[in-house]
Design a binder for this molecule. Structure first.
Ligand code: ADP
Ligand code: ASP
Ligand code: MG
Length: 434
């Protein structure tokens, strides 16, 4: 069971979470930091990168005061108020010890990791105060990434099992989402929103019966509720559909968190802490035929086009183009080809300049920045007629840079200008769902 930032965002919410995890089952509970805390820790790091000790310490003290307020509200006994004040004080000492003049990414990662340390200690102590049989498991003892910065599945499984085996009889286990050690044994994390990924990795590692992602909304909606009115929850998604929606911008799920659950074939349920009896979304290997499920949008996309008459009837051209992206470890999201050109989209601009310089050896290169991918997900098997034309019809008034269809049976993607995103999402909802 994973609870996100809003779900543990106040002492009252923490009490609500305790209601849900003490259902008599053996539950492994993954917690995010309280909402706002990771952002505050990043802000503290930002001051430290800028050598502004005063700014950093003002933020640290303010954040600690906030936690002291939470402690006063959460616990009813002096014993647990004192105990938790001490633990929280130690965590803030760790943050202060990182406030060095030679501040590096390692200190930043240690600071950012403390949000999950705070929330898990707070909830564990509350459970103990209430008399529950709970064990706090330090995520850094089993969550680890490899040399490719990917989760080290073998290590995670072996170590999670070892740690759990030390406490075979506990009802509730609490651990930190998001944080891990990297291949060098340094504190690291699974990127923003990474607690979802922790939950699915651990669910797969221990062979859980179900992976529950508890958040602040009643499941995956059929469009982004931050931009579109009248979205509704989708009751069921295939793993591939959920993975594509997550990757293409549905913020409710971390982009890569579906894969471990899919490989282990463990259903994932998206549930609402604010409305625990709502059915939410179930993600499994069951396909519902002839249904468009949802639309998502991915921002900050760059489109690159290369045209060359040398491509005409030539072989090996695409390989040479792709080798440039491989060399700079930049993944391509969308691709469209014609006989004289190829267009691709990327979202990682780290090596954009050297990539463009090398591509210019092959043809005329054009770049469109500030683009966005709109991804329509559902049963888009090519033998089904009609869905792609409805989606295209919905975008009839919007300039479309690229269309990608047929790459999987679950997706049709449109590349449009970011300024048209909201209009496109709303129109797709109107045509596909309303
Ligand atoms: P948590 O802190 O629990 O991890 P997130 O903020 O990461 O929660 O994800 C939940 C939010 O995702 C929702 O409040 C909603 O605004 C946003 N969201 C974006 N797209 C969707 C979608 N298709 N369905 C549901 N929520 C979405
Ligand atoms: N606390 C981390 C973040 O804010 C991880 C998470 O919430 O999933 O990104
Ligand atoms: Mg999240």
């Amino acid at each position: 069971m994973k609870f996100g930032g809003t779900s543990v965002g106040t002492p009252q919410r923490m009490k609500d979470v305790v209601q849900l995890i003490t259902d008599g089952e053996q539950n492994l509970v993954v917690l995010s930091a309280m909402s706002g805390t990771t952002n505050s820790l990043i802000e503290i790091s930002d001051y430290l990168y800028k050598q502004n000790q005063e700014g950093a310490h003002t933020c640290i003290n303010k954040l600690q005061d906030k936690y002291l307020g939470h402690i006063a509200e959460l616990y009813s006994t002096d014993e647990y108020k004192e105990l938790t004040t001490k633990v929280v004080g130690e965590i803030f000492d760790t943050i202060r010890s990182c406030a060095k003049t030679d501040f590096t990414s390692l200190e930043e990662r240690i600071i950012v990791a403390q949000g999950e340390m705070l929330s898990t200690n707070m909830v564990t102590n509350y459970l103990l105060e209430q008399g529950y049989d709970v064990q706090l498991l330090p995520a850094l003892e089993f969550m680890r990434t490899n040399a490719d910065k990917e989760p080290d599945l073998k290590y995670i499984k072996e170590h999670a099992e070892q740690v759990l085996a030390q406490y075979p009889h506990n009802g509730i286990y609490i651990t930190q989402g998001f944080i891990c050690l990297n291949v060098d044994g340094e504190v690291d994390n699974l990127q923003r929103g990474g607690s979802d990924y922790t939950a699915s990795l651990l669910g797969a590692a221990i062979g859980a019966s179900e992976i529950q992602i508890w958040t602040d909304i009643d499941g995956m909606h059929n469009n982004d509720p931050r931009f579109v009115e009248n979205t509704t929850p989708v009751s069921h998604l295939h793993f591939v559909e959920a993975a594509e929606l997550a990757y293409f911008g549905a913020k409710i799920l971390h982009p890569t968190c579906i894969q471990p659950a899919q490989y282990a074939n463990i259903p994932v349920r998206l549930l609402n802490t604010m409305d625990p009896t709502a059915p939410g979304t179930t993600i499994s290997n069951i396909t519902e035929h002839r249904k468009i499920k949802a639309v998502a949008a991915k921002d900050n996309i760059i489109a690159i086009n290369i045209t060359s008459t040398r491509m005409l009837l030539a072989y090996g051209f695409l390989r040479r183009v792709f080798e440039v992206f491989e060399k700079y470890k930049t993944s391509i999201d969308m691709i469209c080809t014609s006989e004289v050109g190829v267009s691709m989209s990327i979202d990682d601009r780290t090596n954009l300049i050297p990539i463009l310089n090398e591509l210019k050896k092959f043809g005329v290169v054009e770049v469109d920045d500030n683009m966005c991918i709109i991804c329509v997900v559902g049963d888009l098997d090519w033998r089904n007629v009609g869905f792609e034309s409805i989606a295209a019809q919905a975008l009839k008034d919007i300039p479309v840079r690229m269309i990608s269809y047929g790459g999987s049976n679950h997706n049709i993607s449109f590349l449009i200008s970011a300024s048209d995103k909201q209009r496109a999402l709303q129109s797709l909802s109107n045509h596909l769902f309303n």
